[in-house]
Design a binder for this molecule. Sequence first.
Ligand SMILES: C[S@@+](CC[C@H](N)C(=O)[O-])C[C@H]1O[C@@H](n2cnc3c(N)ncnc32)[C@H](O)[C@@H]1O
Length: 244
Amino acid sequence: MAFTVFILQLAVRILSLPMYLLNFLGLWDSICKKWFAYFLSKASVLYNQYMAGKKQELFSKLQDFAGPSRKLSLLEVGCGTGTNFKFYPPGCRVTCVDPNPNFEKFLFKSIAENRHLQFERFLVAAGENMHQVADSSVDVVVCTTVLCSVANQEQVLREVCRVLRPGGAFFFIEHVADKRSTWNYCWQQVVEPAWYLVFDGCNLTRESWKALERASFSKLKLQHIQAPLPCVLVRPHICGYAVK
Ligand SMILES: C[S@@+](CC[C@H](N)C(=O)[O-])C[C@H]1O[C@@H](n2cnc3c(N)ncnc32)[C@H](O)[C@@H]1O
């Protein structure tokens, strides 16, 4: 099986040669980041249609983590177009972090459409280094389909723990690797090299629950689900929250 995966992966790499060439010449990143912001402005609307129930269920727990003022302070890491804003409770103070500056115009459109929130700032930064956010300063951190793309999951989770106040929580919904015994896992491996380039560094075979289990949270509520999405490659998901 490993040999078949290797041959099919090779075929995918050969078909993706133009992208590899542009990447080698250092031209791919800026093209990809622009295209990806536009693509996500469309795709995240569809994703929300399929995942609305799951997001509503999970994000209904956000308010439980508000401090004594009852005004929730929330940091969204890898915010993209701000597709999660409509699920946040009224009055919530939102700070956003994303390394791709091309999201800004889509993000500001989402802010204008979500007047129930108090938007604070957009930081163009990676989750691995959020030094602009003070220690123990937020009630909750949210990540949706981000741990698949970050360069260093452990470092992002360390930063999440640093910025969360004691008793605060990290909420996540992430697509992950399927079970290793499945055909879907084989296809995830085959497609991954091209997928990674097309979708701005997204990995299909990350077992992100392992990084969450290793991180220094005091409590982890994590569910494995098959998301009701048309693309089978990204159906295996984990979702839940972890308390600092
Ligand atoms: C699939 S998109 C998801 C966007 C948004 N969270 C959503 O649910 O629509 C992945 C996002 O992670 C961001 N990202 C990639 N690497 C990152 C990193 N190291 N730190 C923080 N965000 C990152 C990308 O720029 C992109 O916005």
